[in-house]
Design a protein around this ligand. Structure first.
Ligand code: P71
Length: 506
């Protein structure tokens, strides 16, 4: 059977199973000269968000809105009903969400943060807590703008890049119980559990953990809201890693996950293969009514929520495709393949490799750069210089809160858009990064020259503390899969690998 063969290949071999699709329309890309890359990077203030996409060769900034749409999505777009109210396209979207996830009420939004905004305004009162498995930048920002307080209750393994715990997206139950017990009456707005925790490397939760969280929140009368943005990949990881779910068809498993919650927000720009779109889905009638009262203020009429009719058609079709196991397996298999190429060459990455990208561990890649000099930002800049590959900082620039000290994860995310790049692209990316290993000690730290007030990582500007090494001098890249001595950087782990001690856990 195909899924079995795909699982075998993506888990055990350096060969990927062919994708269950082929290209029909292509977009040209080209590699700028080392000199042009150097000047583009300086113009962008050493922030990869500020590069022009035409200066980028392989764009691994994000999987958000960057997937290839299918011919079925394009065909569906022709049927878009652009009526302001009562649009046929809305009712098709509503049906698609109900069919796959089972939520009763569907409120479309322009993207994920639109849904997060509504949710925070609906559920968060000043001073209330939102316990969650780690933070996501926009999710935390909306809770805080509503006066709430974010509380991290992720399992501690989530913040150790060398710990191969299979479910680093789990919530630390004793920690959650403590927070719930110590909170005042009505002190908790909601508990948030994110599928394939983005900031920890795309790490899944187990159903056993979700069910335990559900039991605790029910007992306390606190809503449990999923960030279901990457629920499809989380479901595949559960099939592969959690006993009892191996034979479950993917759509049924996705529905079983959603059924353990009171509602969900989705950024549809990921699993749903659309360039724009998001969803707030809830079961509670009163909450949905209040959401529809609010959506008209911030997004649009409840029958479009900031989307065009054709966007809703593409989204409805994308939701159906997001439960296609071959497609999801191919995607996580691609990510795993890139991870294997890098790990085998001694590049320090987050393990296990997660849903949507390979995360470089900048603390081990660039041990000479102290965290106040933004090692992940510097590494992302160097990766661009080395080969025109665009990645995203996920370290102190994204994670630090005001002036508070930060010693958390310091990662560079190489994120794969869905259905876009092929094996040759991934090998090129691996070779680019492996070539950088030999020049790592020459990469300088950065100084932040401009920091916006909100979500600073998007638009901050930096200056290098010394010149970056010249990529023209290391342009010869070695074979990504050629045998290579493991680098001392990769070996220099701060702690023993917990993977060797523990293989499974709820
Ligand atoms: C990603 C993004 C897009 C992004 C957002 C913020 C900083 C950098 C990049 C967006 C997510 C997400 C999760 C789990 C909500 C949103 C917001 N991710 N939850 O990973 O991953 O959705 O972008 O559609 O507004 O590059 P939105």
């Amino acid at each position: 059977m195909w899924p079995d063969a795909v699982t075998r290949l993506s888990r055990h071999a350096l060969t990927m199973f062919p994708p269950p699709f082929k290209a029909k329309v292509v977009e040209p890309i080209s590699l700028r000269s080392p000199e042009a890359r150097r000047s583009a990077l300086a113009d962008a203030g050493y922030n990869t968000f500020l590069l022009r996409s035409e200066d980028v060769f392989i764009d691994l900034l994000t999987d958000s809105g960057t997937s290839a749409v299918s011919q079925e999505q394009r065909a569906a777009m022709e049927l878009g009903d652009e009526a302001y109210a009562g649009s046929r396209s809305f009712f098709r979207l509503e049906q698609a969400v109900r069919d796959l996830y089972g939520f009763r009420h569907v409120i479309p939004t322009h993207q994920g943060r639109g849904a997060e905004h509504l949710l925070a305004r609906l559920l968060v009162r000043p001073g209330q807590l939102v316990p969650s498995n780690l933070y996501f930048t926009t999710s935390r920002a909306h809770v805080e703008l509503a006066g709430g307080v974010w509380v991290d209750v992720a399992v501690p393994e989530a913040c150790d890049p060398t710990d191969a715990h299979p479910f680093k997206g789990n919530i630390d139950l004793p920690a959650l119980v403590r927070v719930l017990r110590e909170a005042e009456r009505d002190g908790i707005a909601f508990v948030r559990q994110e599928a394939c925790v983005n900031m920890a490397g795309g790490q899944p939760f187990s159903i056993a953990n979700l069910r335990a969280v559900r039991a605790v929140t029910r007992e306390q009368g606190v809503p449990l809201i999923l960030d279901a943005t990457r629920i499809s990949e989380n479901a595949v990881f559960i099939k592969d890693r959690e006993p009892g779910w191996n034979d479950e068809p993917l759509p049924a498993l996705i529905r079983a996950i959603a059924a353990e919650s009171d509602g969900a927000i989705f950024s549809s720009k990921k699993d749903h293969f659309v360039p724009i779109g998001g969803v707030l889905a809830v079961n509670d009638d009163r909450l949905a009514e209040r959401a529809r009262e609010l959506v008209v203020v911030y997004e649009g009429f409840p029958h479009y929520g900031g989307l065009a009719g054709h966007d809703m058609e593409a989204l409805a079709q994308g939701i159906r495709e997001s439960a296609d196991e071959r497609t999801v397996r191919h995607y996580v298999g691609q990510v795993a393949y890139l991870g294997r190429l890098l790990a085998d060459a001694g590049v320090p990455i987050v393990v296990p490799v997660g849903a949507h990208g390979v995360f470089l561990d900048a603390k081990r890649f660039l041990p000479q750069i102290p965290q106040e000099q933004f090692p992940a930002q510097a590494l992302a800049a160097a990766v661009y210089l080395a080969g025109g590959v665009r990645s995203m900082e996920r370290g102190i620039v994204s994670g630090q809160h005001g002036e508070e000290p930060y010693d958390g994860l310091e990662l560079v995310r190489l994120t794969l858009p869905r259905r876009v790049y092929g094996e040759e692209h991934l090998r090129y990316v691996a070779e680019t990064i492996i070539s950088l290993l030999d020049h790592a000690e020459k990469i300088p730290g950065l100084r932040m020259a401009y920091a916006p007030e909100y979500l600073r990582f998007f638009q901050a500007r930096f200056e290098p503390l010394a010149p970056f090494p010249d990529p023209a001098t290391w342009a010869t890249v070695r074979g990504a899969t050629a045998p290579r001595r493991r680098s001392a950087r990769a070996e220099g782990r701060s702690r023993p690998r917990a993977a060797d001690r523990r293989r499974t856990s709820a």
